[in-house]
Design a protein around this ligand. Structure first.
Ligand code: NDP
Length: 309
């Protein structure tokens, strides 16, 4: 008898359970409060479980993070020493790419300027730019970042990408490592932040680094707020050094009502939903990983707590 214990305040147990059960014969799915014998819990499917959640489950074999970002999980001091995997879902990557595509093209096609002109009933002709003249820098070329970079390149934009290890992606100018970051920022008319939050990326985009961006650039953050110095970002937007921003993530969420960002005309705020886990497409890989772990095989999409992602 094996139990898969589920915890999330955001995701539907009923939906996940209906999708997983047919693929997991011999495994019972239940919420933590329904577990009768803790020793039978071999698998956990969780999003932000409370501290101490794993302690009763001495026979856990696999921990599945119910999302792509693992920053809320890997930094904690109560993790069991077992493999941890994340969701790696093509639909999630597509949803993220479509959000970023929307945000980038909105700037490429000067839509905020037309929105402002319309409010003033003003016919404001701006000749469209050729996409290849717009340099879009994507920070982070992981599952979501690389897919998004390719979608942006399909629009004819001049796409550059930056990561920890050097990548070679057709149609994307790739660079890597901290020494290349300042030049990368200086060459980004539109910067898209798609890095995981780790001890190395926390505060990476400091006031000094934001100042490297070209004057009048656009800034898009869809990964984690704490990667950016939010006060410095706000000031750069107030000065116009950064002309526009689309922000889906913040150093404090929900963004407090008194935050200056809410009132800024050049900022588009969305409440952390650029992409979400889609149970119907992610469930088969969750089930496959549980079956692998049950057979004692290596799991897929493993994350490494010491690396932070
Ligand atoms: P991955 O773990 O697949 O990729 C991370 C990328 O960032 C890799 O290219 C990695 O480099 C690079 N990277 C990590 N650390 C550094 C560093 N110190 N310096 C330079 N590059 C670094 O992540 P995903 O693409 O799947 O997701 C990215 C983030 O998006 C998630 O961590 C999550 O925070 C966020 N997210 C946000 C959502 C939203 O709704 N707003 C929804 C889902 C995710 P390398 O390739 O060399 O390892």
């Amino acid at each position: 008898m094996s139990i898969l214990v589920f915890y999330s305040e955001f995701d539907s147990f009923e939906q996940w359970s209906a999708l997983l059960a047919p693929n997991l014969p011999g495994v019972t799915l239940c919420r933590a409060e329904e577990v009768q014998n803790d020793d039978e819990v071999h698998f956990a499917l969780v999003w932000k479980p409370p501290h101490g959640f794993f302690a009763p489950y001495r026979n856990l074999k696999l921990l599945i993070n119910l999302g792509a970002g693992v920053d809320s999980l890997v930094g904690r001091d109560d993790l069991p020493d077992i493999p941890i995997v994340r969701l790696s879902d093509p639909h999630m990557a597509r949803m993220m790419a479509s959000f970023v595509l929307f945000a980038v093209l909105r700037y490429v096609r000067d839509i905020p300027a037309f929105e402002r002109a319309q409010r003033e009933r003003r016919w404001h002709y701006l000749h469209p730019r050729s996409p290849e003249t717009v340099r879009v820098g994507v920070l982070g070329l992981g599952e979501l970042g690389a897919h998004t970079a390719l979608e942006l390149a399909r629009q004819g934009l001049d796409v550059r990408g930056w990561s920890r290890s050097q990548k070679n992606i057709d149609g994307i100018t790739c660079s890597s490592g901290i020494d290349a970051l300042d030049a990368f920022l200086a060459g980004s008319d539109i910067l898209v932040v798609m890095l995981p939050l780790t001890p190395q990326t926390q505060g990476l985009l400091s006031a000094e680094r934001l100042a490297r961006l070209p004057h009048g650039c656009a800034f898009i953050n869809v990964s984690r707020g704490a990667i950016v110095d939010q006060v410095a970002l706000t000031q750069a937007l107030q000065r116009g050094q950064i002309a526009e921003a689309t922000l889906d993530v913040f150093d404090r969420e929900p963004l407090p009502p008194e935050d200056a960002l809410w009132g800024m005309e050049n900022v588009l705020i969305t409440p952390h939903l650029a992409s979400v886990a889609i149970p119907a497409s992610a469930a088969p890989q969750v089930a496959a990983n549980i079956q692998r772990a049950a057979r004692g095989e290596a799991v897929l999409h493993q994350v490494f707590p010491q690396q932070g992602y």
